[in-house]
Design a protein around this ligand. Structure first.
Ligand code: ATP
Ligand code: ZN
Ligand code: ZN
Length: 809
């Protein structure tokens, strides 16, 4: 009788995208469980790879030639049944590899590192032993890989059977430990030791009584020293006498659990809800109590108290002994929002964001997995947090495109939230001041339940918005980032000791070098895109591939010295502002000033403490911030995103303007907003000015219907890339043919066309966009296309399929 296991191996190719059957050796039979990591031989047998157990059969009579599992890497499953099922669904629906989907759900540390080593198995000549192997009997192949001479020597030795290539799988998932103290004697024995002590051995006596108080426990030495008041030396004596042992104890690398929260008493209690909030909370509570997997769309204007609704719903789930998951966009995952949740729920909260080190993330993940954390706040990938018994799932700012992952697996957190809501019988709350058209349309159809918060807290008015046409400004005064109105208002705030926020819209925007004589624009040698000037490093950088070069002094095309810098970066705006209002204190927030860990929080804290008058920043300041003293918001360039070749560009502009306007006048001081633009008549700007989401929704829906775009149609993008442009184009022509032959006539197929940024990282990109309402043959056709194009021999053409793409650039 042999037990068999189905394993997904860590070899992401189309051929290996299904479970392989392995034999479970008898010694592992009692231990192995679904969801554990294993090491298995793969291919020619020498190679060892990591894999995941996705199925276990009852022991059957089997005596074929199946390979056996080499080792188990876990004592407990690292992926539970719910998430395992989800991983399969995810792979199918996003056209991704199953193993990539599993890894997406797990902390990086659980991805074992495979190294190729060369091992000496027979005597080799002295030169090889010393020069290549440095006297050892094995060698990490990666260290010599780039030296063709050494490689060819090793290959020769392999032929002579003197060395062997092996794969070693090393588990990186090491919990962090510290020194712990553990009594080695029982109470009586310690008592005995005490009576035989010298009468002046006070410290030792105290140690013995302390040990008696922790029998059967392990205590961190630092804690033991603190509690007992004894020195490290005394504990060492205890070790020598055999009273105690020093053993490793696990500690969490969780940065915030030790850190004390600011003492902000009134925030720690639930606020008294206003009527609108109460209605929303009641509806959500009902669904939590009844374990209904309903989807709510909580549409509330900025400052209407959506966050308080989330917090009270989370409290309800916890009261029912369930857990809660709250997602916020990475960019607004600031201490402000995290602290609001932590003040309410304390150490039950785990936080997952991209600023954590791999170790910290692994430890937060384990706190969740062990049920120690019941509330998770995090960015996109936190949707896979291993919480059990979910009682509620919340997506704040549900319209944010960053909830869609733009690399494989190309999932949208909203879809995963709905899947997990169903699987846990828990409601999902999608919150936004400006819901995505897709969600709002579903709410209108009754698929989602709409909950409205129409007013700001205490009926405070939304700030009035003034639109300033920059065209006459520039004509009269020359190039400037600041209109007279905006300057006057900024100065006025300074006098009144109030604060302002300035947004520089960076979407679709860059600061480039152009020659005034010949018009040459400095472009990246690898990508079809202009290089961006970075004043801090004094270089030109490509934002796609990372290429970097010095700022040129002469035009590389015609040699002219008239090469100038165009466009506006935050640094340049800051310089101009310093000149125009010299006594204003400015904090600049952009990718450059927030790159260092903790800077984001630090700058926001400084602004919150009024150490600056003006917060100047990019999109990262537009969302979720709540500063009571901010009474003026200025948008320097509202329209840079409007010209992009993307059907969502108006929606994004409207969202951004509404969000950032909402930062003004949130407390008792009245706020106002100035929007500078070259397109004052564009409907997205006009309707944002009027705070009229409803009218924007109607007008945008009409346009989408006319052009057959979402939410009327679903879209899928297929992309092929190759270093040779004609190969990419030819692949796409073939794919197009296959689509036309197989899909329903009602489905619209656009392209193939070169992508808007046609060349990136030395590869040419072609795309096809499919628009469909319902097409039963679509899924299987796409799966087949993927199979065909990814099969061996054609690996140099990369084909990807992106369901519901958020960008078409
Ligand atoms: N019921 C309430 N009573 C008093 N104050 C409240 C109440 N609900 C929320 N607040 C306060 O009102 C302010 C705005 O609320 P909150 O930040 O939750 O709004 P929001 O809708 O999430 O805002 P945004 O979408 O603009 O980020 C906060 O300072 C919050 O503490
Ligand atoms: Zn030139
Ligand atoms: Zn580049």
């Amino acid at each position: 009788m042999a037990q068999l296991a189905q394993i997904i191996v860590d070899v992401p190719t189309m051929q290996t995208n299904q479970p392989y059957t392995y034999q479970v050796p008898p010694r592992l039979e009692n231990q192995i469980q679904k969801g554990m990591r294993v090491i298995v031989p793969f291919g020619n047998g020498k190679r060892q790879v990591q894999g995941f157990v996705v199925g276990l059969d009852q022991p059957t009579k089997y005596d074929g030639q199946l390979k056996a599992i080499s080792a188990l890497m876990d004592l407990q499953p690292v992926i539970n049944d719910e998430l395992l099922k989800l991983s399969k669904w995810l792979a199918d629906h996003t056209y991704a590899f199953w193993v990539s989907s599993i890894y997406t759900m797990l902390p990086n540390m659980l991805k074992a590192k495979t190294t190729r080593i060369v091992r000496i198995i027979d005597e080799v000549d002295e030169q090889t032993a010393f020069d290549i192997f440095h006297g050892k009997d094995e060698l990490d192949f990666a260290t010599v890989q780039s030296d063709p001479q050494i490689v060819s020597r090793l290959l020769k030795l392999q032929k002579q059977k003197k060395v062997r290539f092996e794969y070693v799988v090393a588990d990186k998932a090491k919990p962090k430990t510290t020194v712990g103290i553990r009594p080695q004697l029982d109470f009586e024995e310690l008592e005995e030791a005490r009576t035989s002590l010298h009468s002046n051995a006070h410290a030792q006596e105290r140690l013995l009584s302390y040990l008696q108080s922790i029998i059967g426990k392990t205590v961190k030495q630092t804690d033991a020293e603190r509690v007992s008041g004894l020195k490290a030396a005394t504990f060492n004596v205890g070790v020598q006498k055999g009273w105690l042992a020093k053993v490793p104890v696990e500690v969490y690398r969780t940065p915030h659990t030790q850190e004390k929260l600011p003492n902000d008493e009134h925030l720690s209690k639930p606020l008294e809800l206003n009527d609108e909030q109460q209605v929303a909370v009641n509806k959500i509570d009902q669904a939590i109590d009844d374990s209904q997997s309903k989807v709510f769309l909580l549409e509330g204007v900025t400052g209407s108290g959506k966050t308080e609704v989330y917090l009270q719903s989370i409290a309800r789930a916890l009261k029912n002994h369930k857990t809660a998951l709250m997602l916020v966009p990475e960019i607004s995952l600031t201490t402000q929002i995290v602290n609001r949740v932590r003040r309410r729920f304390g150490s039950k909260v785990a936080v997952l964001h991209s600023g954590l080190s791999n170790g910290e993330r692994f430890d937060e993940w384990r706190r969740i997995e062990r049920g120690e954390a019941k509330v998770v706040v995090g960015a996109r990938s936190a949707i896979f947090a291993p919480l059990k018994d979910l009682g509620i799932i919340i997506l704040d700012e549900e319209h944010e495109s960053s909830y869609k992952q733009d690399e494989s697996p190309r999932y949208h957190a909203r879809e995963i939230a709905k899947w997990r809501g169903k699987s846990n019988s828990a409601p999902v709350v999608l919150g936004s001041a400006t819901p995505s058209l897709e969600s709002r349309a579903r709410a209108m159809k009754g698929v989602y339940q709409l909950l409205l918060l129409k007013h700001r807290i205490n009926k405070r008015p939304l700030p009035p918005i003034q639109v300033v046409d920059m065209r006459p400004e520039i004509k009269e005064r020359g190039e400037s980032n600041f209109s007279r109105e905006l300057l006057a208002k900024l100065t006025d705030r300074l006098v009144r000791n109030e604060q302002s926020m300035l947004l520089l819209n960076r979407r679709g925007f860059s600061s480039f070098m152009m020659c005034r004589d010949c018009g040459e624009v400095l472009k990246c040698p690898n990508c079809d895109i202009s290089l961006t000037l970075h004043l801090d490093s004094h270089t030109m950088k490509c934002h796609y591939c990372g290429h970097e070069e010095p700022i040129p002094r002469y035009c590389p095309n015609c040699g002219s010295r008239e090469i100038r810098y165009y466009g506006t970066g935050t640094e340049k705006v800051e310089q101009e502002l310093n000149r125009l209002i010299p006594n204003a204190r400015i904090i600049r927030m952009d990718v450059d000033t927030t790159r260092r860990k903790g800077m984001h929080e630090k700058l926001l804290r400084q602004f919150g403490q009024h150490q600056a008058d003006i917060l100047l920043g990019t999109q990262m300041i537009a969302k979720g911030l709540d500063f009571p003293n901010v009474t003026l918001v200025g948008v320097l360039n509202a329209d840079t995103g409007l010209g992009l070749p993307d059907f969502r560009s108006s929606e994004r502009t409207f969202d951004l303007l509404s969000q950032v306007s909402g930062r003004a006048g949130r407390a008792d001081k009245k706020g106002e907003v100035i929007i500078q633009t070259y397109n004052p008549d564009h409907y997205a700007i006009r309707l944002a000015q009027k705070n009229n989401y409803e009218a924007f929704f109607k007008q945008e829906m009409a346009l989408r219907r006319q052009a057959s775009y979402p939410p009327y149609y679903f879209t899928i993008r297929i992309m092929a890339s190759h270093e040779d442009e004609s190969v990419a184009a030819r692949t796409m022509t073939k794919i197009k043919q296959e689509l036309v032959e197989n899909l329903m006539p009602s489905t619209i197929i656009l392209g193939p066309t070169p992508r808007a940024i046609a060349r990136m990282k030395r590869r040419y990109y072609y795309q096809i966009v499919i628009k469909y309402k319902q097409d039963q043959r679509l899924h299987s056709t796409l799966q087949r296309i993927l199979q065909e194009t990814q099969s061996k021999g054609r690996a140099d053409v990369q084909v990807s399929i992106d369901p519901d793409p958020q960008y078409f650039m």
